[in-house]
Design a protein around this ligand. Structure first.
Ligand code: B3K
Ligand code: ZN
Length: 878
C-alpha cells in the first residue's frame, strides 16, 4: 500500500446508479452475484481507457458486460483490482465471485461471528465482498437477495425495506431487500443468523410508522430494553432538536460479539458490538448504560449526518464523525447531567487527544494523507472533530447553528461532500466569514493560550491579554493563529459573576454586556478590556472548555480553591479541582524525584472536605469533583514523563487524602449507598458512594476492605458490585483474590461481564500485573480472536496500566510487542490499535526509550507486516 493524499482527489471516472446483488451463503463459502449499472461520470474530465474496480481476496467465477460473457482480452485481474478494458459510456457489469467468510479473521467484509454471518464495510471492506468502486462518492440504489439454510439462518437481514421472502429447495430460503435511498457501499450490510428479537415501533413527527427491531443472541432478550428505549429517545430528540425524521419503514439493530469497534451505522441495519446493546442491572454498570445510550444515538444520528449526506472521500471523515459525536454528546447532555457529561468528554480530549496531538501520529481533524484509512478513526477526527463543531455552535449560537444545519441538509441531501462544504453552509446561512475558522480543519496540534491580566484600580478597568501559539507537529512547523471562542466570567470577592462591559481592543466587535462572555480570540496576541470593574476580579477562564486548547494562567492554590467553592460555572469548579490536585501531585512527583518527603498541603483536603459537605451540588458532580486525576491526565501536563515518580506521587496523594478524610468519606458513603433505581438520581448516589468507597479502600484500612467485600456480595446492581470489585482488585486487600474468584464464579457465562473482570486485573497498579495478565491469557473465557477480549486484556494493560506496561525491565513492552506480532496476522486493524501504546516512547526516560525503540524496530523487520501496523510503527520511529 502507498500513501494517499487529500490534494490528489479526483472524481470517479464512473458512477454506479444501481446495484442488484444475490448473496448465497453456505457453510464453506459464499457466492456473490452482482449486477452493476455503470455510466461515465460527467464530472470526470480525463480520458478513460479502462475502468478499475476494487476487489480483494475474491475468486472471480464469471464476468459479463451487457449480458455477454467478457472474453479474457476484455479485462485483467490484478492483486487488488479488476480492470475492464475500453469500457462503454454506460453498461451493466455482472460478476460472480466466491469468498470465504469463515476464514475472515480481520472482521472486515463478510465474516462469521459465532454461528452468524455479518458484515463490516467501512472504510474499505466492501471490496472484500465483490468488485466495486469502493469509494464514498459513488452512491447507488441497492436491491439485495440473500439465500441461506433456513434452520441455521432464519433471519436474513439487509439494508432498506423488506421486499419479499420465500422458501427454496433443500431447506433453504430467501429474503429480498430494497434500499431506495442512494448510498455509498461502505454503508452496505447483511446479516444471517438465528436470533432473539425485541420489537417495538415509533411514529415519526409526520406520522410515518417505523418498525424497530433489535436482534440479539438467543437468551439475551432480558438485556435489550435499555437499547430499545435509547433508540426511541434518539429518534425523538433528532426530530425536536434538528427537525430530522427517519426515512425508512424499518430500523434494525443487530448485536454481534465479534466486532472491531463499537458499532456501525449501515443504512437501516446497524450492526453493533454486544457491548453497546446488552444491559441490565446485573450485567451493566451505570457507565455501560450511558455508553449504550450514547452509541445507539450516535449510530442513529448518522442516518442524516453520514448516510443521507456523506463524505466525498475518507479525508473528510470528520464531516460525519466529528459532527455525529457532537450530536450524540449534546443528546447525552440533554438526557442526563450536562456538566458531568461535558467534563467526561473533556477528560477524553485532555488525555487521549492531547496525547495524540503531541505524538508521531498527530494529524488535523481532516488529515492530509494516510497509508491505511482504518488508522484514522482517531480521537482527533472523532472527539476533537466534535470540539470543532462545538466551537462553531458557540460562535453562531444555538439558533445560528440550527440555521446552518438546515442549510447544510437542504443543499447537500443525497450528496457526498467535504468539510469545507459544511462550514460554508454555516457561513452562508449566518452571513459570517468563517475562513479563519477553517484552520481548525487543516492545522494539527494543541494550541496553548497564555493568559495574563492587569487591573487598573484608578480607572476601574480590567485587561485580559491572551496569547496563542501552537507547537509544531509532523509536517507542520509553522501555524497560523486559530479562531478561538474563549468563554470567561469574572468573579468578585464574594464569588459572584461581575457584570461585564467589554470591548475587544483590536477587533471591531461591538461591546457586549452580560455575566459571561465569549471572547473571539483571532490573533496571536489580543487584549480584551473590561470597563467599570469596581474591584480586582478573579477570572474564570475557558469556561466549559470552550475550545480544545491548553490554558496557562498563574493561579495560586487559594484562588483555585476559591473557584472550586464559588464559580457559577460548575464545569470550571471541576476544572479548578483538577488543576489544584494535579499541581499537588506533580509537586509530590518532584519531591519523590529529589528524594524528599512527599507532602499534601492542607488546602487540598480542606477543599475536598468542603465538596463532601456541599449538599447543594448534585451527587454525580460531587463524585467527579472527588475523583483525583489519574496518570493519563498527569502525563499530559509534563514534558518528560518520569513514570516512577508520577505513580509514586499519585498513590501517595490518593492515600493521604483518603486517610485524612476517612471519617467524612465514610459518613458520606453510609448516607448515600445502596440506591437501586435506574434513574439519574440513583445513579448519582451510586457514583458518589462508590467514589467514597474507592478512596476508603485507598486508605488501606481493614474496615474499608470489609465494607467493599460486603458490598461485593450484597450489591443489587452491577455498578455497586463492580465498584467494590475494582476497589479490592486495585488494592493489597487480603481478600483480593477471593473477591476476584467470587466474581468469576457468578459471571463466567456472561461474556461482557468477564471483559470487566479481565480489565480490572489488567489495569491493577500492582507489581504483579504482568504475571496476572499472562495467567489470564490462559483462562477459558479469553480468546485472542475476539476483539472485546483483546481490548479487555491486552489493550487495557498497555494503554491503561502505566505502571505495569512501563515496567523498568521492559517485560511489559516485550509482552505487548509479541501480541502485536501475532495480531498482525489475524486482525491488522486491532494490531495497529495495540501497537499505538508505544507511540509516545520519546516522552519517557532514556532507558525506557531504548527498550521501546528496540521492540518497535524488531516489529518493523517482521515479514508480512500489515500496512496498518507498518504505518503506526514507521511514523513512530521516524
Ligand atoms: N463509522 C463507524 C466506524 C467505522 C470504523 C472503520 N474502521 C462507527 C461510527 O463511528 O459510528
Ligand atoms: Zn460515527
Amino acid at each position: 500500500k502507498t500513501t494517499k493524499y487529500r490534494e490528489q482527489y479526483q472524481p470517479s471516472s464512473y458512477l454506479i446508479d444501481r446495484v442488484d446483488m444475490l448473496v448465497e451463503l453456505f457453510e464453506s463459502h459464499a457466492e456473490i452475484h452482482s449486477c452493476l449499472a455503470l455510466r461515465r461520470n460527467p464530472l470526470f474530465t480525463g480520458a478513460v481507457e479502462e475502468l478499475r474496480l476494487d476487489g480483494e481476496e475474491l475468486e472471480l467465477k464469471s464476468i459479463a458486460v451487457n449480458d455477454q460473457a467478457l472474453p479474457l482480452s476484455g479485462y485483467e485481474l490484478q492483486d487488488a483490482h479488476l480492470v475492464i478494458r475500453q469500457p462503454a459510456e454506460s453498461f451493466t457489469l455482472k460478476t460472480v465471485v466466491q469468498i470465504k467468510p469463515q476464514d475472515n479473521t480481520r472482521l472486515e467484509g463478510l465474516y462469521k461471528s459465532g454461528s452468524k454471518f455479518c458484515t463490516q464495510c467501512e472504510a474499505e471492506g466492501f471490496r472484500r465482498i465483490t468488485y466495486f468502486l469502493d469509494r464514498p462518492d459513488v452512491m447507488s440504489v441497492y436491491d439485495v437477495t440473500i439465500r441461506a439454510d433456513k434452520n441455521a439462518y432464519p433471519a436474513l437481514l439487509g439494508n432498506g425495506n423488506p421486499a419479499g421472502s420465500g422458501e427454496l429447495p433443500e431447506g433453504r430460503h430467501w429474503a429480498r431487500w430494497h434500499d431506495p435511498i442512494p448510498k455509498p457501499c461502505y454503508l452496505f450490510a447483511l446479516v444471517a443468523g438465528d436470533f432473539d428479537l425485541l420489537e417495538d415501533s415509533f411514529t415519526t413527527m409526520s406520522g410515518h410508522p417505523v418498525a424497530l427491531k433489535i436482534y440479539v443472541d438467543k437468551g439475551k432478550l432480558d438485556q435489550c430494553a435499555h437499547a430499545m428505549r435509547s433508540v426511541k429517545k434518539a429518534m425523538q430528540w433528532d426530530e425536536e432538536v434538528y427537525g430530522r425524521e427517519y426515512d425508512l419503514d424499518i430500523y434494525q439493530i443487530v448485536a454481534v460479539s465479534d466486532f472491531n469497534m463499537g458499532a456501525m451505522e449501515n443504512k437501516g441495519l446497524n450492526i453493533f458490538n454486544t457491548k453497546y446493546v446488552l444491559a441490565n442491572e446485573m450485567t451493566a454498570t451505570d457507565a455501560d448504560y450511558d455508553g449504550v445510550e450514547a452509541v445507539i444515538a450516535h449510530e442513529y444520528f448518522h442516518n442524516w449526518t453520514g448516510n443521507r449526506v456523506t463524505c466525498r472521500d475518507w479525508f473528510q471523515l470528520s464531516l460525519k464523525e466529528g459532527l455525529t459525536v457532537f450530536r450524540d454528546q449534546q443528546f447525552s447532555m440533554d438526557m442526563g447531567s450536562p456538566t458531568v457529561k461535558r467534563l467526561d468528554d473533556v477528560r477524553v480530549i485532555r488525555t487521549a487527544q492531547f496525547s495524540e496531538d503531541s505524538g508521531p501520529m498527530a494529524h488535523p481533524i481532516r488529515p492530509d494523507s494516510y497509508v491505511e484509512m482504518n488508522n484514522f478513526y482517531t480521537v482527533t477526527v472523532y472527539n476533537k472533530g466534535a470540539e470543532v463543531i462545538r466551537m462553531l455552535h458557540t460562535l453562531l449560537g444555538a439558533d445560528g447553528f440550527r440555521k446552518g444545519m438546515d442549510r447544510y441538509f437542504e443543499r447537500h441531501d443525497g450528496q457526498a461532500v467535504t468539510c469545507d462544504d459544511f462550514v460554508q453552509a454555516h457561513a452562508d446561512a449566518n452571513q459570517r466569514d468563517l475562513e479563519q475558522f477553517k484552520r481548525w480543519y487543516s492545522q494539527a496540534g494543541t494550541p496553548v493560550i497564555n493568559v495574563s491580566d492587569h487591573y487598573d484600580a484608578a480607572n476601574q478597568r480590567y485587561t485580559l491579554t491572551l496569547k496563542q501559539h501552537c507547537p509544531a507537529t509532523p509536517g507542520q512547523k509553522e501555524k497560523q493563529p486559530f479562531f478561538i471562542p474563549f468563554k470567561i466570567g469574572l468573579l468578585d470577592k464574594a464569588g459572584n459573576d461581575l457584570p461585564l462591559n467589554w470591548q475587544s481592543k483590536d477587533a471591531d466587535d461591538q461591546a457586549i454586556y452580560g455575566r459571561e462572555a465569549v471572547l473571539p480570540l483571532q490573533r496571536a496576541e489580543q487584549q480584551f478590556v473590561f470597563e467599570h470593574i469596581g474591584e480586582k476580579p478573579l477570572p474564570s477562564l475557558l469556561r466549559d472548555f470552550s475550545a480544545p486548547v491548553k490554558l496557562r494562567y498563574d493561579y495560586s492554590d487559594e484562588q483555585l480553591a476559591f473557584l472550586l467553592a464559588n464559580d457559577s460555572s460548575l464545569f470550571n469548579r471541576w476544572d479548578a479541582a483538577q488543576q489544584l490536585v494535579s499541581r499537588v501531585m506533580l509537586n509530590a512527583a518532584e519531591q519523590f524525584r529529589a528524594g524528599e518527603e512527599m507532602r499534601l498541603p492542607a488546602i487540598v483536603t480542606e477543599a475536598l472536605a468542603a465538596v463532601l459537605d456541599n449538599h447543594q451540588l448534585d451527587n454525580a458532580l460531587r463524585a467527579r469533583l472527588l475523583q483525583l486525576p489519574d496518570i493519563g491526565y498527569l502525563q499530559e501536563l509534563v514534558e518528560k514523563i518520569d513514570i516512577d515518580a508520577l505513580v509514586a506521587a499519585q498513590q501517595f496523594i490518593k492515600r493521604r487524602v483518603a486517610e485524612t478524610l476517612y471519617q467524612p468519606l465514610r459518613d458520606c458513603f453510609q448516607r448515600v449507598r445502596g440506591a437501586t433505581g435506574l434513574d439519574g438520581d440513583s445513579a448519582g448516589r451510586r457514583a458518589l458512594a462508590n467514589t467514597c468507597l474507592g478512596l476508603l479502600v485507598d486508605s488501606t484500612d481493614a474496615e474499608a476492605y470489609q465494607l467493599a467485600h460486603a458490598q461485593l456480595h450484597e450489591a443489587k446492581t452491577m455498578t455497586d458490585r463492580f465498584a467494590a470489585l475494582r476497589a479490592l482488585a486495585h488494592s493489597a486487600a487480603p481478600n483480593r483474590q477471593q473477591a476476584l474468584d467470587d466474581f468469576t464464579h457468578w459471571y463466567v457465562d456472561e461474556a461482557l461481564v468477564m471483559d470487566k473482570w479481565f480489565t480490572v486485573q489488567a489495569t491493577a497498579p500492582l507489581a504483579s500485573a504482568l504475571q496476572e495478565v499472562q495467567k489470564l491469557e490462559q483462562h477459558s473465557a479469553f480468546d485472542a480472536k475476539n476483539p472485546n477480549k483483546v481490548r479487555a486484556l491486552w489493550m487495557a494493560f498497555s494503554h491503561a496500566n502505566p505502571a505495569g506496561f512501563h515496567r523498568a525491565d521492559g517485560a511489559g513492552y516485550q509482552f505487548i510487542a509479541e501480541r502485536v506480532a501475532r495480531l498482525n496476522q489475524s486482525n491488522p486493524q486491532l494490531a495497529a490499535r495495540l501497537v499505538s501504546a508505544f507511540n509516545r516512547w520519546k516522552r519517557y526516560d532514556d532507558d525506557r526509550q531504548q527498550l521501546m525503540l528496540k521492540e518497535l524496530k524488531a516489529l518493523l523487520t517482521q515479514s508480512g507486516l500489515s500496512p496498518d501496523v507498518f504505518e503506526i510503527v514507521s511514523k513512530s520511529v521516524e
